[in-house]
Ligand binder design. Structure first.
Ligand SMILES: [Zn+2]
Length: 663
């Protein structure tokens, strides 16, 4: 019996670990389906061995997304998760039990981050994550930046609304492109963004919400469908696709939904089926984990069978080794897949996969193909990652508690090559003529070893023209591209160096906080107590600060920066010059509500300050103008009381036109 107890404990730990990866880190390592299987296995064992079941088992509590950086908020309603099924027979069984003549709602299960909006007398007062179901993270400031969330309702209602914050596929792809494809899928990015410490960063992410459930503490609403009408009337975004049907008709409705799934521009991972009648819901009640009156019917990830021909590795610029399976080509969700990631040795061991194995590959989050399942393990046994770097033979290491292996050699040719490729990329220095192929060739032919060498390349113009595939014209384009890159602003130069944790976001935060010059950053890193003032900056966590200090006190890094400075690269952020034309001089503007032409609305304030005006964050007797967009809140009332001039979007645009200012 002890064996079972041990097994259950292990399983519990595993479920908790994957919940943490999913809800807190927003970077799951297994598919939802695999997770649900683990979860069910644990549930089954607990049912069969109730004496061994621990009171805090993850089956008894909602998977938590709590993050200790945020204030906690105790939910005013129980925020439960849903019981999942992948199996239509299982779903039908539930419908039979619950009542085939009852009315149900059927809607998309949006794949994003679960949020509760609290409106008091029509004003949005709180936006809170699901958290443990009882207590969530207060992310109100971030929620306020989401454009389709009304800050004020049409009626002075007190209502608690559940919704899912998500990012559309098109928006995701556009954004991900500008970040060099570093985000895995829209779901993780949406859930991660909600937890940003800096709300200004959130405004830059195109998030949206669908609301699907409401609770009015002092109202009597007898049906969910009536509640949805109230929500719609109050401008809360409710999906147009929600439909209602009798229990016995649900399988047909599901078939219709499945046909429409691929045409959606937002991620869904299934359907939610709920009883419409609230008194019936109350009668059925809930378990501690989920309501008995609702089920999630989840879609399988699209999986296809193939064979692993070979396994190779990418050595990234940070030294991270990523094993990937080269598979017999298959068609998956519209693309030909030849490679599927195997993540790391732990993942390989868990699958028990090797060369020659018959496997199932899925497009996880519909973006990165991964090996998900083994059908036949193959003749050569479980694959073992090498102990030495495949590029430079240095012994591989594990860093901190990471499951990944790294090549620690900074001079590793693959690391150097990938750093160079990274530097020249479109999202970074954007050097024309230097794509991945050209950089690799120049590296292999020993023309360049590091980014510094790029700026001496003009000295080897004649030799370059001798290279195969490098005519006079292409060499000229490359050299001009390198020369032009000297005009790139500091905010691009710094992240292009590829220093750990110093990406575009961190660079922006540094500049916004006065570190607009590399010398200021280096000086800070070298100062007596460098942690202190850096940690005060919104958006920089201890890990980032630690990395910043390490990077900017590293001799090699400093040498590179010095050389690039000499080559003419910009290590000081450009100060935006204010206009000499000052139509807004002596005016002080405040802004409220949302705008069609200014998103985020700070863009409007930028124009005002550029042309001589001042911006203020609240309306006072010193404020001269309030720029009021759609659904502006209490500021309008205050402005009226104080006699502040209120300007709407149309009037503002006319004002700009009159001044000859174009957007
Ligand atoms: Zn190496």
């Amino acid at each position: 019996m002890d064996e079972i107890r041990k097994k259950m404990q292990k399983l519990e730990e595993k479920v908790r670990h994957h919940q943490y990866l999913y809800y807190v880190k927003n970077s799951p390592e297994i598919s939802d389906m695999e997770f649900d299987q683990l979860f069910k296995e644990l549930q089954k064992l607990e049912e069969a061995n109730p004496g061994y079941s621990s009171p805090n088992s993850p089956t008894k509590v909602v998977g938590s997304d709590l993050d200790n950086r945020f204030e906690k908020f105790t939910h005013k309603i129980p925020v439960l998760s849903l019981e999942n099924t992948y199996n239509i027979a299982e779903l039908n069984e539930w419908i039979q039990k619950t009542g085939i003549e009852h009315k149900y709602s059927i809607e998309w299960k949006i794949d994003g981050a679960s949020i509760v909006l609290y409106y008091e007398k029509g004003e949005l007062t709180k936006g809170v994550t699901r958290g443990t179901g009882g207590v969530g993270d207060d992310v109100t400031e971030n929620i306020r930046t989401i454009k389709n969330i009304p800050l004020k309702l049409k009626e002075p209602l007190t209502i608690y609304v559940r919704g899912e914050v998500y990012m559309g596929f098109q928006d995701f792809e556009k954004l991900n492109e500008s970040f060099g494809g570093k985000f895995a899928n829209p779901r993780n990015l949406a859930a991660g963004t909600i937890k940003y410490k800096n709300s200004i960063q959130v405004t830059k992410r195109p998030l949206k919400i669908f609301t699907y459930d409401g609770y009015i503490p002092e109202g009597k609403v007898s049906k969910n469908s009536d509640m949805l009408e109230i929500m719609k009337k109050n401008l809360l975004p409710v999906s147009e696709d929600i439909c209602f049907a009798k229990g016995k008709d649900i399988p047909d409705v599901i078939a219709d939904f499945q046909k429409k799934k691929d045409a959606l521009d937002y991620p869904v991972d299934g359907l939610v089926i709920k009883l419409d009648d609230i008194s019936l819901r109350t009668k059925l009640g809930t378990t501690s984990h989920s309501p008995r009156w609702a089920r999630a019917f989840k879609f399988d990830a699209i999986m296809k069978e193939t064979t692993i021909i070979n396994i190779d590795f990418a050595v990234g610029r940070t030294g991270k080794i990523t094993p990937r399976a080269n598979v017999e080509p298959i068609q998956l969700a519209g693309t030909t897949v030849k490679y599927a990631t195997l993540h790391n040795q732990d993942y390989i061991n868990e699958l028990g996969v090797g060369i020659g194995a018959k496997v199932k590959v899925a497009k996880r989050g519909e973006i990165i193909p991964a090996v998900e399942k083994v059908i036949e393990p193959g003749p050569s046994g479980v694959f073992q990652l090498p102990q030495d770097c495949p590029a430079c033979k240095t012994k591989l290491v594990k860093v901190d508690d990471s499951v990944d292996l790294f090549c620690p050699n900074k001079k590793c040719p693959d690391r150097e090559k990938n750093s160079l490729i990274f530097f020249c990329q479109k999202k970074q220095m954007d050097i024309e003529g230097l794509g991945e192929k050209q950089v690799a060739l120049l590296y292999d032919k020993k023309f360049i070893r590091s980014v510094v060498d790029l700026y001496d390349l003009y000295k080897k113009k004649d030799e370059l023209m001798e290279l195969e595939g490098f005519g006079k014209k292409s060499v000229e384009i490359i050299l001009k591209g390198i020369e032009d890159s000297k005009q790139k602003d500091f905010k691009v130069v710094l992240p292009s160096l590829g220093l750990s944790e110093v990406g575009h976001k961190v660079t922006e935060i540094l500049i916004e906080n006065g570190f607009d010059d590399i010398d200021k950053i280096i000086e800070q890193a070298k100062s007596e107590n460098p942690m202190e003032s850096l940690l005060e900056i919104h958006g920089l966590g201890p890990r980032t600060v630690d990395s910043l200090i390490k990077n900017f006190t590293d001799k090699d890094v400093l040498k590179t920066i010095e050389k690039l400075k000499k080559a003419g690269l910009k290590f000081k952020a450009q100060v935006v010059k204010k206009s000499d034309f000052k139509p807004f001089e002596n005016q002080s503007w405040c802004v409220t509500g949302s705008f069609e032409n200014f998103q985020p609305r700070d863009k409007a304030l930028e124009i005002i300050t550029h042309y001589g005006g001042k911006k203020v964050s609240s309306v006072s007797s010193k404020t001269t103008h309030l720029l009021a967009g759609e659904a502006g809140g209490s500021k309008i009332k205050k402005a009226k009381e104080l006699g502040v001039q209120i300007v709407n979007e149309k009037e503002f645009l006319e004002m700009l036109k009159e001044y000859g200012i174009t957007l």
